[in-house]
Design a protein around this ligand. Structure first.
Ligand SMILES: [Zn+2]
Length: 372
């Protein structure tokens, strides 16, 4: 996604990042020989990328707070059947489609809308640069995947961020494209002198909160239309992503509740709360990642609060205003995470220090991203 007319060097850098990321994602390489060549190349290119298996974490005391109590979680989770039924009614799908494949249902593979995901990516990137949410000289290297979950990560090359997105033209793309660009903004806010690993291992809560504030724009019909998405697709995507947002919050509540329930009572809990719509296995398995889901649920509330504060200050059209983005970016610089003592890895590029001094110095605090 370098600018048209960008230098040949930039195009070459982008190709290297794309190649490294494709290898890391194990995107299909044809044949044995190609596979062996790809593995050898990956070994050479690996220093460009962070090891995405490195755990993200929230330092003690700065993760999600206690969150909703069991009673609140129960009433949130009990919304699931109604949420799914409304979603079915709105998209002309059946509950059996939901039961047959939740992944297909959630992403909207079975909704007859070709969502122009590539158009959205180009237009959103441009718009975010125009309103000062992303610096003009920041480069985004995009890898289209065959349906793997999307992901954004810092890389060793100064000024570049790598994003992987599924290429399918599904309506849910409006949500995850916006979400990942939220991560592009928060990744860019991390001090350039931090090690690659430290830039990766920031507070998950702060990172997800920022991503969710931007994600909410993917549910805003007017915003989508102004990005050039044709009105019908904009209406469908905004509505669809609103249903998905409700669903995911309720699902998070269900999983956290499962984690707090003795194992032998979980299956019944899930069946009762979801009217048998969701088989008990899924939330029970996910209960093993309860910390992640607690962070996610906390990020939803923090993002709601932050969005409301932006609306109070700048009005409904906050995202059209450069000063609103400057404020969001300022908050991001003031939070995130402090590198652990004894930085891991070597600094990526000690020369690039545009954000040093604002964050990452001694005394930088970790923690949730909250309006102040
Ligand atoms: Zn995220």
């Amino acid at each position: 996604m370098t600018e048209a007319g960008g230098s040949a060097d930039e195009a070459a850098v982008e190709q290297v990042i794309t190649l490294a990321r494709s290898l890391q994602l194990r995107l299909p390489a044809a044949g044995e020989e190609a596979h062996a060549r790809a593995s050898a190349l990956l070994a050479l290119l690996e220093p460009i990328l962070v090891d995405t298996a490195a755990p993200r974490h929230d330092p003690a005391g700065h993760g999600p707070g206690p969150g909703p109590d069991p009673q609140q979680l129960t009433s949130m989770a009990a919304e699931l059947p109604a949420i799914v039924r409304n979603w079915c009614a709105a998209t002309g799908r059946s509950e059996s489609a939901f039961r047959a494949s939740r992944t297909r249902f959630l992403r909207g593979h079975d909704v007859a809308v070709e969502f122009p995901v590539r158009t959205l990516v180009r237009a959103l990137h441009q718009r975010l640069r125009d309103v000062g949410a992303i610096d003009r000289d920041r480069k985004v290297s995009l890898v289209w995947t065959d349906g793997r979950p999307s992901m954004t990560l810092p890389i060793r090359i100064p000024g570049w961020t790598a994003v992987a997105l599924p290429a399918q033209p599904v309506v849910l793309a409006s949500q995850y494209v916006h979400h990942e660009f939220g991560h592009v903004i928060e990744v860019a806010s991390r001090p350039a002198h931090w090690s690659l690993l430290d830039r990766w291992q920031v507070s998950n809560l702060a990172a997800e909160t920022a991503a969710m504030v931007v994600e909410a724009l993917g549910r805003d019909e007017r915003w989508l239309r102004e990005l050039g998405i044709e009105p019908r697709a904009a209406t469908q995507a905004a509505g669809y992503c609103t249903h998905e947002d409700r669903y995911n919050r309720a699902l998070a509540a269900l999983i956290i509740l499962c984690d707090q329930t003795p194992v032998h009572r979980r299956a019944r809990l899930v069946t009762e709360l979801t009217d048998g719509l969701i088989e008990a296995g899924h939330p029970q398995e996910e209960a093993g990642r309860a910390t992640y889901w607690r962070t996610l649920l906390a990020a939803y509330s923090a993002a709601d609060e932050l969005r409301q504060s932006l609306i109070r200050r700048y009005g409904d059209r906050w995202a059209d205003q450069e000063r609103a983005w400057q404020r969001l970016r300022g908050l991001l610089r003031g939070t995130g995470a402090r590198p652990r003592t004894g930085q891991t890895g070597r600094p990526d590029h000690a020369g690039e220090t545009e954000q040093a001094g604002q964050a990452g110095q001694a005394g930088q605090t970790a923690g949730p991203l909250v309006p102040c």
